[in-house]
Design a protein around this ligand. Structure first.
Ligand code: 4AD
Length: 502
């Protein structure tokens, strides 16, 4: 059966030939003696035109009644047609309905996000998740390709672990034969063992954090790729990270321009993502945050937001006036859909207007020693057009395994990479503490059980070398690339505090 079907993406090679495609009804419009059906088959969209006298009356009537997402196979002649969605059209000679679908719950009009998340099992078929899924596929491939082509060995680190990898506060406990166990927060600690065996390694898998916050940047289950390298220092690591991110952006731009356009991503800004990225120390970042420049910047932002709010309100008023007039039903429906979107935009801009002074105040009160908060990262990131490395955070604000900076022992040799234009952190990484006594001191400070970390300490007893690595979150990176506001759209089945079923 599969072999008898032509994929919509291959119609270009079948012009003036008869083919059969198999798919689902995206959209259907009867018009007198014609029916126009837009079919999707997973590789693209194709408009199929059914003329009344070219098929049996029974079939014509059946097709006319088909609801959205009915499944069918449909046979016809391929015609090139620039105006048609996808650029090709099928002049239909036959069709077989496989499953009629009536009252499909997701209609072309806009729906609220809660509704779509509840219907995620169906929403995956819609245009937006489909585009994001295709870009995610490219991104994951590009990630693997970069490390495979640069001499890294893939190591699959365990998902069930007995130790705290990042911070005790966000562990998921597992009942593991009466022993304390958790879902992994990072593959890094196990990966360090492998780095001292293979030199350059990476792991890539699901990662779990019991995040109680419902922010746009947090999932409880996300995918992280983590490279780890022996004999490396911080400047080396930053270079690997900027080459890596530039490579994956280039691949997505090359392979998914159409999907990026459909999603309204900022393609021109992505084209600027080439090395070198900006480099700031944490101390410089904290000076920026508390400077007058930042206050001026935030005030200018606030003005922009207010202007944007006014424009949206004007559009809403104009559409509401039009809707009250004598207009066709299709225009009423279109206006209703546009109004839902505009009201969503209005909510968003109002939140920004409300948050701006709070964030400006938080920045002005920033004290050296605190970790950068989400709003601080957003401010730094808004001021730059390429990713920014922020390095050398205060030791006390960061994970126990990060190497103390010998030049300033109050800081560690770490970095976060902030994606530009307000997105914020996509990578966290560091050089690892390779001195036995210093690592022991940090483990004790955290109050972790020493016996659980003995194997990790052993790496510092037997042939310890300078080493380090980083972790990049796939969903955050995808949200940045696609311009998607919330990372829950960037994984097929998002897991969040209040969401586990579908
Ligand atoms: O900065 P993090 O916590 O770093 C680590 O886990 C290190 N062990 C990595 C390493 O050095 N090998 O997390 C790294 C990245 C973040 O920058 C972010 O992109 C992503 O993982 N991330 C999350 N993504 C979605 N939801 C969450 N709750 C996330 N927490 C971290």
């Amino acid at each position: 059966m599969l072999k008898d079907l032509t994929k919509i993406s291959c119609l270009k090679d079948n012009i003036d030939k008869n083919v059969t495609i198999g798919g689902w009804v995206r959209h259907l419009r009867p018009s007198g003696k014609l029916i126009f059906i837009v079919v999707r088959d997973g590789t693209g969209l194709c408009q199929c035109v059914i003329e009344k006298d070219k098929v049996s009356e029974e079939l014509f009537e059946q097709l006319k009644r088909l609801g959205m997402e009915s499944s069918l196979t449909i046979t016809g002649l391929v015609r090139k047609d620039e105006r048609s969605v996808g650029g090709y059209e099928l002049v239909v000679s036959d069709a077989k309905v496989i499953c009629e679908s009536t009252d499909y719950p997701i209609t072309p009009k806009s729906h609220g996000i809660d509704f779509l998340l509840k219907n995620r099992h169906l929403h995956l078929r819609s245009q937006m998740p489909w585009c994001i899924g295709k870009i995610r596929h490219t991104l994951v491939n590009a990630i693997r390709q970069f490390f495979n082509d640069n001499g890294f060995i893939l190591i699959d680190t365990p998902i069930l672990t007995g130790i705290v990898g990042e911070e005790a506060g966000s562990l998921f406990n597992v009942d593991y034969f009466s022993m304390p166990a958790f879902l992994t927060q990072t593959g890094q600690l196990h990966l360090e063992c492998a780095a001292l065996s293979f030199g350059k390694v990476y792991c890539f898998g699901p990662t779990f954090r019991a995040e109680k916050s419902k922010t746009r940047r947090h999932l409880t289950e996300f995918w992280m790729v983590e490279p780890e390298v022996a004999f490396v220092n911080l400047p080396d690591l930053l270079e690997i990270a900027e080459n890596f991110v530039s490579f994956i952006v280039k691949e997505v731009l090359e392979k998914n321009e159409a999907e990026l356009k459909t999603l309204g991503a900022d393609i021109e800004s992505l084209k600027k993502i080439v090395p070198p990225f900006y480099r700031l120390t944490y101390t410089q970042a904290s000076e920026i945050l508390t400077s007058q420049k930042t206050q001026d910047f935030m005030a200018a932002q606030l003005n922009e937001f207010k202007k944007a709010k006014q424009e949206i309100e004007n559009k809403i008023a104009a559409l509401e006036t039009e809707a009250k007039g004598q207009i066709k039903q299709w225009r009423q429906d279109k206006i209703a859909a546009e109004l839902i979107d505009l009201r969503g935009d209005l909510d968003e801009i109002e939140t920004k207007i409300e948050n701006n002074p709070k964030h400006a105040k938080l920045a002005s009160e920033f004290k050296w020693g605190e970790d950068l908060g989400g709003s601080d990262e957003t401010i730094i990131s808004l001021m730059h057009d390429k990713p920014i490395f922020v390095t050398h955070y205060p030791r006390d604000a960061k994970a126990f395994y990060m190497k103390q900076d010998p030049e300033n022992p109050k800081t560690v040799q770490n970095f976060d990479m902030l994606a530009p234009a307000g997105f914020g952190e996509i990578i966290g990484g560091s050089i690892r503490e390779d001195i036995y006594e210093k690592l022991l001191e940090r483990i004790n400070e955290e109050g972790y059980k020493l016996e659980n970390y003995q194997w990790y300490l052993d790496l510092r007893r037997y042939g310890s070398v300078p080493h380090g690595g980083f972790g990049l979150g796939v969903e955050r990176t995808l949200a940045w690339l696609t311009g998607e506001k919330h990372i829950r759209q960037c994984i097929a089945f998002p897991r969040m505090m209040n969401k586990i079923l579908i």
